[in-house]
Design a protein. Structure first.
Length: 287
């Protein structure tokens, strides 16, 4: 934890990201001391975990800087505010509802595998009115659960969207298309949150470090190649490259006005579904 929040004396931050290619690609340079912002602070405790584990950590306010599902801000907003960079937001990149290819697509599923109750995937499932008993699996176990008949259907995130057909699965619903058609906005999947107690000066430096790290990754893609591959669940270089191309885009550098509107819309939906009323007006850092 940080012991002094002055940006000139700050020494150490705790950081949590997922092992997914978009996160490791964006954060590699910062985590390995390759950006100019490194002298302002070092990264101490490092957590690389499944996004639902990160969501739980955020709900308890355990890390200084953390990547979480956008939907998880319903629980985490008391501890965190959001940065306008480093996350996963875009079009045509939403979670996918899949079932076995031999299942009648018009038959509602009785059981549904989700990658966590705080995930954006779970929230979109609720918003789209998908029926079925919710069973929780790690995101990388859902395809197998569906293929083996352990559940009737499952919601895929991350690399699964690129490989489900190879596993004998069919697409039932693209939640990204559902969101874009309903809200006329890009879909915010994951966001970077910084603890409120650290203050705007520290949040500003973190945002600058993330942007410099991403810029380095785009300019020197080979630097992060081994790190990304070592942490990826899907070992295919082609799938890893497709994952990065889809989830790391201009919104990752700056969400802009449209991205802020999209995040605010999904945050409000998350708060309403959680029975918590209005999303906070200070959702973003004013930086």
């Amino acid at each position: 934890m940080v012991t002094d929040t002055s940006p000139n004396t700050l020494r150490q931050l705790s950081l949590g990201i997922s092992p997914c290619p978009n996160d490791t690609f964006i954060f590699h340079a910062w985590m390995h001391g390759l950006v100019p912002r490194q002298p302002h602070f070092t990264i101490g405790r490092r957590v690389m975990a499944d996004v639902e584990e990160l969501n739980a950590l955020a709900a308890r306010g355990e890390l200084d800087v953390i990547k979480i599902s956008m939907a998880a801000m319903a629980d985490a907003a008391v501890h965190y505010r959001l940065l306008p960079c480093g996350g996963a937001l875009g079009r045509g990149c939403g979670p996918l509802l899949v079932a076995r290819a031999d299942r009648d697509p018009t038959k509602p599923p009785k059981t549904l595998a989700l990658p966590g109750l705080r995930t954006t995937a779970a929230l979109l499932t609720r918003l789209a009115g998908i029926q079925g008993e919710h069973l929780i699996f790690r995101y990388d176990e859902i395809m197998s659960a569906v293929a083996h008949g352990d559940v009737d259907a499952g919601v895929l995130i991350h690399e699964g969207r690129f490989t489900y057909a190879e596993k004998g699965l069919q697409l039932l619903l693209d939640f990204g298309a559902f969101w874009e058609e309903t809200y006329k906005l890009p879909l915010p999947l994951g966001v970077i949150a910084v603890k409120r107690e650290l203050g705007a000066p520290v949040a500003t430096l973190v945002a600058e470090a993330i942007r410099e790290s991403l810029t380095h990754a785009w300019q020197h893609p080979k630097d992060s190649q081994a790190f990304v591959a070592a942490n990826a669940q899907e070992l295919s270089p082609a799938v890893t490259a497709a994952h990065i191309e889809m989830f790391v885009n201009p919104f990752s550098l700056n969400v802009g006005d449209e991205g802020r509107k999209a995040i605010a819309a999904l945050a409000q939906a998350a708060f309403e579904v959680a029975g918590k009323g209005e999303a906070p007006a200070d959702l973003f850092w004013d930086i």
